[in-house]
Design a protein around this ligand. Structure first.
Ligand code: GDP
Length: 421
């Protein structure tokens, strides 16, 4: 069977810590979408590691890690990441497999990303400029290069064709010397990529399922950034939702069992785009400081606001969430009160539906507000220890989403996770 773990908000929900906790229950951890824009924070003997493309099971003995066909790989940043992990004593070559169908980010993809954001000016979507969007465009446009191509004799030829196409689109927006410097790094880094085993991951994974092996599919980014169901166009270029694991790994829906959906006890967003419960005041600044809300990959300050159960309810529906996980609950300890966005009023009509054109609308969020608990959540070790006001928050989330909360993370520590039910 396969379980999936994904973010229900705009990413950065603390997926890294939860995957690390759940990993020992599985034989295989597989990434099914996204690219080096992901940043999952893990701790190995108190050493902080941020994983981007590599699945989060690499620090566990006996777990095989798979990079699925739905992922896009930048060989340059991948080499940096591999070296960092290998330096910690991990034998990556023997515990990671890569789908030969995963697409490659080439230097001119990064140049196109840069040109596209420059052209958008004020309306930029807040891309991380890592070439991810243009790579997915080439995948859908049927021009892309895949991992399996790099060991074929015609790889250079295919590469040059794609590069020529990109250069004709780019004009002189990005200096050629800049692209050439990236190109040298790119070809050098292919030697590292070739050290790993490329496989027909769809066959391998299905074979493992038939043998009774347990797979955890590890999502990146978050549901509200999904290309179809997120706050388009301020979204990522892949399907971050449960359905993405079927297309991003080649696993049929019948194998899916648990869907772990992760949400912070409040809400954050990086870059531009709609965020109905955003706090553009001192309370928002306080949440940012208390939660250390600065991007793990980019260092950018994250926009902060209250938990939005309208968006959560929508995310639970799209993903078929079976188990909710609330993270960073302890961050609210030092706020004077807690608010939960329970419905939206748009043009005088109140509902719990998330509008498709939310950025075009004036959304008034209706909140339920209550005084914060007067106990440190990080000192709690069981459900019984948790203060009543926190249970009020949990109940509001459960009642509005229809999904039970299974775990609450109440600190950065590995053991700071309270099991419900
Ligand atoms: P991801 O991309 O979803 O894995 O999220 P990030 O790794 O970018 O951000 C999670 C950050 O929050 C990391 O620095 C974690 O150590 C931290 N974190 C995770 N869970 C908790 C928690 O319950 N409380 C606090 N205070 N920090 C947490």
């Amino acid at each position: 069977m396969v379980d999936v773990l994904l973010g229900l908000q705009w990413g950065d929900e603390g997926k890294g810590k939860v995957v690390d906790f759940l990993a020992p229950r599985y034989d295989i951890i597989a990434r099914f979408q996204g690219g080096p824009n992901a940043g999952h924070t893990l701790y190995l003997h108190d050493h902080k590691v941020v994983l981007h493309t590599i699945p989060s099971g690499v620090f566990h003995q006996g777990i095989m890690n798979v990079i699925g066909n739905g992922v896009v790989i930048d060989p340059v940043s991948f080499e940096v990441e591999c070296k960092e992990i290998e330096a910690l004593g991990v034998d990556l070559v023997s515990n990671m497999l890569i789908s030969e169908r995963a697409h490659l980010i080439i230097p001119t993809h990064k140049a196109l990303d840069k040109a596209s954001e420059l052209a958008k000016g004020q309306n930029k979507i807040g891309s991380t400029l890592k070439g991810i969007g243009p790579t997915y465009m080439d995948k859908i446009g049927r021009n892309g290069l895949r991992v399996g191509d790099i060991i074929r004799s015609d790889f250079k030829e295919k590469y040059e064709q794609l590069k020529a196409k990109h250069l004709s689109l780019l004009g002189d927006v990005v200096p050629l010397e800049e692209i050439q410097a990236w190109e040298t790094q790119f070809f050098n880094s292919l030697q590292n990529l070739k050290k790993y085993t490329f496989i027909a991951a769809e066959y391998w994974l299905n074979d493992q399922l038939l043998q009774g092996k347990k797979i955890l599919a590890e999502g990146a980014q978050g549901t509200m950034l999904d290309i179809d169901f997120g706050t388009y166009p301020y979204v990522t270029s892949s399907n971050t939702v449960t359905a993405g694991l079927c297309t991003g790994l080649g696993i049929a829906p019948k194998w899916i069992q648990k869907v772990y959906g992760i949400s912070k006890a409040y809400c954050t967003r990086v870059g531009s785009g709609p965020f109905p419960t955003e706090l553009l005041n001192a309370e928002g600044d306080k949440l940012r400081t208390l939660g250390n809300e600065f991007g793990s990959t980019t260092g950018r300050p994250r926009r902060c606001g209250w938990i939005d159960v309208v968006a959560l309810r929508y995310a639970c529906m799209i993903n078929g969430v079976t188990d909710l996980i609330i993270t960073k609950a302890d961050v609210l300890d030092d706020m004077p009160e807690v608010s939960v966005g329970v419905s939206y009023t748009v043009n005088g009509v109140t509902s719990q539906e998330f509008p498709f054109d939310v950025q075009e609308k004036t959304v008034m969020v209706n909140y339920t507000t209550f005084p914060v608990w007067n106990k440190k959540l990080s000192d709690c070790h069981s459900v019984e220890d948790l203060p009543d006001a926190f249970h009020t928050l949990v109940k509001l989330v459960e009642e509005n989403t229809g999904v039970p909360v299974s775990f609450v993370s109440n600190g950065v520590g590995r053991d700071q996770l309270i099991v419900f039910n």
